[in-house]
Design a protein around this ligand. Structure first.
Ligand SMILES: Nc1nc2c(ncn2[C@@H]2O[C@H](COP(=O)(O)OP(=O)(O)OP(=O)(O)O)[C@@H](O)[C@H]2O)c(=O)[nH]1
Ligand SMILES: [Mg+2]
Length: 296
C-alpha cells in the first residue's frame, strides 16, 4: 500500500470586525466553538478550531476583528491578530460582500507583501446579487493577488466545502500537531465564560457588552451535573444594576439561556451560579487584563 503524505498546518482567519470570521470557523469545523453576535468586537481572543481527517489536520484560528485600539484591551486583541499573521501556514482574509478595498487598513499592505499563501473569502453572499459578487471577486483578485478568492455564505454553510478543499490543497506536508480527537486548544472554563459573554452581547445595549467580562471561578464536573460559578465583571456600579435588572430579572434571563447553551455544548446538565462584580477600569489596566486571560 502506498503511503500518503500527511498534511497539517495553521490556517488563520483574520478580517475586519463583524464580517463573519467566527461564523466561518464554526462552519468549517462543524462545532460551535466561537461565539457569534450581530455586534462588532464579539471575539476577544484567538481561538483554535481543529479539523482532522485521516491524512490531514487543519488548525483554524479565529481572531478578533481588526480595529484601531481605543483601550488596552484592544491593543492586546490586536497582538493576537499580529501573531496570527506571523505564524500562519495559510491566511484566510475574510471580507463582507459589501466591503470595498480600504486603503487606510495597514493589514492589507502586509497581505500584499506576505509570502504566506493567501485565500480571500467573500462572505455574506446571500445578501448580494451574482453580478455584485463577480465584481468583488475581480476587485480582490486585483488588489491582493491571492491564491484564491472564494465566495461563501458562512451563515448558510454555502460553498464552505470548496474553501476546505482549497485549504487542504495548500497545507504543507507535516505530521499532526494535535491529537486527532481534539477540537480546540481552549478549556471548558473558557467556553463556559464565552457562552455567558455571548448572552450579555445579545441582551444588553450600548456600553454594557463592551464593559463586561466573565470569569469562571469554579468548574466542577460531577457524575450527573457540572457546577459552574461565574463572575460577571463590569466597570461601574450603575452597570451592575443594569446587568442584574429589576428584581434580578435580567440576570436570571441570561443565566437560563447560558445554562441551556452550556448543556448543549457540554452534553450534560449544568448548575450555573452567577455573581456580578465591579472591577473599575479593567479594560485599561494591564495587570487586570492579564488576570482575565488576556496575556500577550
Ligand atoms: N447574512 C449573513 N450574515 C452572516 C453571515 N455570516 C455571518 N453573518 C452574521 O454577521 C454577524 C457577525 O458574525 P460573526 O461571525 O460574529 O463576525 P466576526 O467577524 O467574528 O465578528 P467579530 O468577532 O466581532 O470581529 C452575525 O450577526 C452573523 O450572524 C452570512 O454568510 N450571511
Ligand atoms: Mg468573531
Amino acid at each position: 500500500m502506498a503511503e500518503t503524505t500527511h498534511r497539517a498546518g495553521f490556517a488563520n482567519i483574520i478580517g475586519k470586525p463583524n464580517v463573519g470570521k467566527s461564523t466561518l470557523m464554526n462552519a468549517l469545523t462543524g462545532e460551535r466553538l466561537s461565539i457569534i453576535t450581530a455586534k462588532a468586537q464579539t471575539t476577544r481572543h484567538r481561538i483554535m478550531g481543529i479539523l482532522s481527517g485521516e491524512d490531514f489536520q487543519v488548525i483554524y484560528s479565529d481572531t478578533p476583528g481588526i480595529l484601531k485600539p481605543a483601550y488596552e484591551l484592544h491593543k492586546v486583541m490586536m497582538t493576537y491578530v499580529d501573531l496570527a499573521l506571523d505564524d500562519a501556514d495559510i491566511l484566510i482574509y475574510v471580507v463582507e460582500v459589501g466591503e470595498g478595498y480600504d486603503e487606510e487598513l495597514p493589514v492589507l499592505k502586509r497581505l500584499q507583501t506576505s509570502t504566506v499563501p493567501l485565500i480571500v473569502v467573500i462572505n455574506k453572499i446571500d445578501l448580494a446579487s451574482q453580478e455584485a459578487v463577480m465584481e468583488k471577486i475581480k476587485l480582490w483578485e486585483e488588489k491582493l493577488n491571492p491564491r484564491a478568492v472564494i465566495p461563501v455564505s458562512a451563515l448558510n454553510n454555502f460553498n464552505t466545502e470548496a474553501l476546505l478543499q482549497t485549504v487542504r490543497d495548500l497545507l504543507p506536508p507535516h505530521p499532526p500537531y494535535f491529537d486527532k480527537e481534539e477540537m480546540t486548544d481552549r478549556t471548558e472554563r473558557f467556553f463556559a465564560s464565552e457562552i455567558i459573554r455571548e448572552k450579555i452581547f445579545l441582551h444588553y445595549e450600548q456600553e454594557i457588552p463592551y464593559s463586561s467580562d466573565v470569569v469562571i471561578d469554579a468548574f466542577q464536573e460531577l457524575d450527573h451535573v457540572i457546577r459552574i460559578r461565574a463572575l460577571i465583571l463590569v466597570e461601574r456600579d450603575s452597570q451592575k444594576g443594569i446587568i442584574i435588572g429589576r428584581g434580578g430579572a435580567m440576570l436570571k434571563k441570561i443565566g437560563i439561556e447560558a445554562r441551556k447553551a452550556m448543556e448543549a455544548f457540554f452534553g450534560k446538565p449544568v448548575y450555573l451560579e452567577q455573581h456580578v462584580k465591579v472591577e473599575p477600569d479593567w479594560r485599561n489596566q494591564k495587570n487586570k487584563l492579564e488576570r482575565l486571560g488576556y496575556g500577550s
